[in-house]
Design a protein around this ligand. Structure first.
Ligand code: NAP
Length: 247
């Protein structure tokens, strides 16, 4: 049985990925931080159609909690096949001159450090060098890594820029150890994250500047992630799929 651990899969892109992964035959470890009800709803949705899933609480900005998460997933499902580093946060839109040290710590711990540590724990389990069967890592970056998100959240953009560098470097480090590392870079996806930025209607405001003239669905990002998690992408490592409506 294939097992996929998706960080932050109680809501949004992670939740859509969990549902699609179960349809494609993965047992799904649904990680959440605070919203147990949303996580349990996704698990129930998967189980109601015959899939296999379980919810695991862990804050990915905390190393000890990440280590516990991986141990619990080992116990529940065994053999990890795929890690999706999806959990991510942003904060109120702001110019850099008003961004605090504490905010930078929160953003980089959740978006960047957490992904690094999750990769480390996944490597120990999947690498053929350590007796594993190989696997895939998919990082959820953002188009902000390319644009820099000026006047909104340069901190968030930079935390995702680091994810792009991680993807490129790690793909080469692991190429001979049976693990492919790729990323998706979404933008303008209809999820709750825009509320955290202080502008729930952000997609509506920028819609006309998107070539496809609409926001995207979480399920459209999930499709790209599942392609990268499958053998169909077997000759791709270190690549980025932009899911951005053409921006
Ligand atoms: P979302 O709807 O706000 O969902 C965030 C998810 O991450 C929730 O399941 C949340 O869990 C979880 N989470 C947050 N902090 C966490 C932590 N410290 N530890 C564990 N889980 C945590 O966000 P989304 O839009 O789906 O975003 C998913 C990813 O896509 C993020 O990395 C984001 O940066 C990226 N992205 C999104 C967009 C977009 O337009 N939506 C664009 C580019 C990139 P709880 O339910 O427990 O709070």
């Amino acid at each position: 049985m294939k097992t996929m651990l998706i960080t932050g899969s109680s809501r949004g892109i992670g939740a859509a990925t969990a549902v699609l992964a179960a349809q494609r035959g993965f047992s799904v470890a649904v990680n959440y931080n605070k919203n147990i009800e949303a996580a349990e709803n996704i698990v129930e949705k998967i189980k109601s159609t015959g899939g296999s899933a379980k919810a695991f609480k862990a804050d990915v900005s905390n190393e000890a909690e990440i280590i516990r998460l991986f141990n619990e997933v080992d116990t529940e499902f065994g053999n990890l096949t795929c890690l999706v580093n999806n959990a991510g946060i942003l904060e109120q839109q702001s110019k850099l001159e008003n961004i605090t040290w504490e905010r930078l710590q929160r953003i980089f711990q959740a978006n960047t450090l957490g992904s690094f540590i999750c990769c480390r724990e996944a490597i120990k389990r999947m690498s053929t060098k350590y007796g594993g069967n190989g696997g895939t890592i998919i990082n959820v970056s953002s188009i902000a890594s390319r644009t820099g998100a000026p006047f909104e959240y340069i901190d968030y953009a930079a935390s995702k820029g680091a994810i792009d560098s991680l993807t490129i470097g790690l793909s080469k480090e692991l190429a001979e150890d049976g693990i492919r590392v790729n990323a998706v870079r979404p933008a303008f996806i209809h999820t709750d994250i825009h509320i955290s930025g202080g502008e729930p209607g952000r997609i509506e405001r920028v819609k006309e500047s998107i070539p496809l003239k609409r926001g995207g669905l979480a399920s459209e990002v999930a499709e790209a992630i599942l392609w990268l998690a499958s053998e169909k992408s077997s000759y791709s490592t270190g690549i980025f799929i932009d899911v951005t409506g053409g921006r």
